[in-house]
Design a protein around this ligand. Structure first.
Ligand code: BTN
Length: 246
């Protein structure tokens, strides 16, 4: 059902802003807002999301996960990450999820997700799942740390419309699982595909570097990292930074 209704925009500030603006019109669940070009694409932590017009996918999905307990909201990140992960795996044979919801090929980022929820009282009323996925772009600004696209990996151009439809289908599959309460499967698949899981690497927290090994996530979605002492500590988003490989 995701993608049955697609709103095509030529240029917009951000598809997430546009999607949030039409929530009041009770637009149907699974509607997708797709932009050829965003002039104020947003990423995490007040970052901007840069994407060359017409080269990539920049879109937002409108969901009403009224069934979901807000305490389990990390499951939305897992569902969207797994849907994109499965799409990428269908095109290349390697992809991983960098906690909390970046999509990686090798040590490079191919896509990101910006989820904006609205919770009324103790229930979800809506969720806008914004997705930026690099498809045909082959040159990126210098300030983007480690970008990659499907074209850079495979050497060929991809049809954006076809990619969008496939993504809508892989994301729908995981959204159905979420609706049916298959949290254990979401957790298992998410954890199995985590970038750097089980590998010793460098991290930074409160200005201090340390060696650690990702073991998984806890029930609220915090990242679990084992330190050399054997102690496993949980980290919230912003509390830990991945130090890139040398
Ligand atoms: C990140 O990795 O920082 C998240 C990036 C999310 C970008 C997408 S592009 C479509 C949607 N509209 C936005 O303004 N942001 C998201």
């Amino acid at each position: 059902m995701i993608g049955k209704n697609i709103i095509h925009l030529n240029e917009v500030d951000s598809t997430n802003n546009y999607a949030r603006g039409i929530l009041k019109d009770k637009v149907e669940e699974g509607s997708v807002v797709l932009a050829y070009s965003q002039n104020q694409g947003r990423g995490h932590l007040q970052n901007t999301w840069e994407s060359e017009p017409g080269m990539n996918l920049t879109f937002s999905i409108i969901l009403y996960p009224e069934f979901l307990d807000p305490a389990r909201q990390f499951a939305l990140s897992q569902m969207a990450s797994l849907g994109i992960h499965d799409f990428i795996i269908g095109k290349t044979d390697s992809a991983s999820i960098k906690w909390p919801n970046d999509i990686y090929i090798g040590n490079k980022k191919i896509g990101g997700i910006l989820i904006e929820n609205s919770i009324l009282g103790s229930r979800f009323s809506s969720s806008v799942v914004g997705i930026g996925l690099n498809i045909n772009q082959s040159e990126f600004s210098e300030w983007i740390p480690n970008p990659v696209s499907l074209k850079l990996v495979k050497g060929v151009d991809f049809n954006l419309e076809e990619c969008l439809l496939m993504l809508c289908s892989t994301i729908s599959e995981w959204y159905e699982k979420l609706k049916n309460g298959h949290y254990a499967e979401l957790n298992y698949r998410y954890t199995s595909n985590l970038y750097r899981r089980g590998l010793w690497a460098d991290y930074k927290s409160e200005g201090q570097m340390f060696k650690g090994k990702i073991t998984g996530i806890d029930e609220t979605g915090r990242l679990l990292i084992e330190k050399e002492t054997g102690k496993i500590s949980p980290f919230n988003f912003k509390e830990v930074e991945y130090v890139p490989y040398g």
